[in-house]
Unconditional design. Structure first.
Length: 157
């Protein structure tokens, strides 16, 4: 069995050197998850008791009745579920679901990286009111209106 995690190098024209084209297409699809240059877990959305791919709408798995079962399945199958607030409602930003990748890295369902924080009070989306500066680094929750200083919150935790 071949090692599919080998780093492939281009020859400057976008073509990979020293690799047969048939085998190369399969490796690139495997490395990128079949997406156009986007690497990372598949973003899923919950519809009733089933998980669907958020990009294509394709059914991934059905019969997952509880959130615990959905999270367990996602954790073991390289999927990511939308972020939920404390009341169980998904985060939406401009109509797109928000996904948490690697702790504090957030992306929307259309692969846009966004700089957000979770509100400690309600679990909702907190967005910076102003451009971050040394003097002012306040963020405000879009749901409950709670305002807090990011640096102070980091020092307290």
């Amino acid at each position: 069995m071949e090692n599919t995690q080998t780093v492939l190098e281009t020859n400057g024209k976008g073509m990979f050197e020293n690799a047969p084209q048939g085998r190369l297409a399969g490796q690139v699809a495997l490395l990128t998850g079949g997406c156009k240059g986007v690497m990372g877990p598949t973003k899923a959305i919950v519809k009733s008791d089933a998980l669907h791919d958020v990009q294509t709408g394709r059914l991934i798995k059905d019969g997952l009745a509880t959130r615990k079962e959905q999270k367990y399945y996602a954790m073991h199958h390289y999927l990511v579920l939308p972020v939920l607030d404390n009341s169980g409602q998904p985060w939406l930003l401009n109509g797109n679901h928000v996904y948490c990748l690697q702790g504090t890295r957030y992306e929307t369902s259309d692969d846009q990286m966004v700089h957000l924080l979770r509100c400690r009070d309600c679990g909702g989306i907190s967005i910076s009111d102003y451009a971050p500066t040394v003097e002012r680094d306040c963020v405000r929750c879009t749901q409950c209106g709670h305002e807090f200083a990011v640096r102070l919150e980091m020092m307290e935790s």
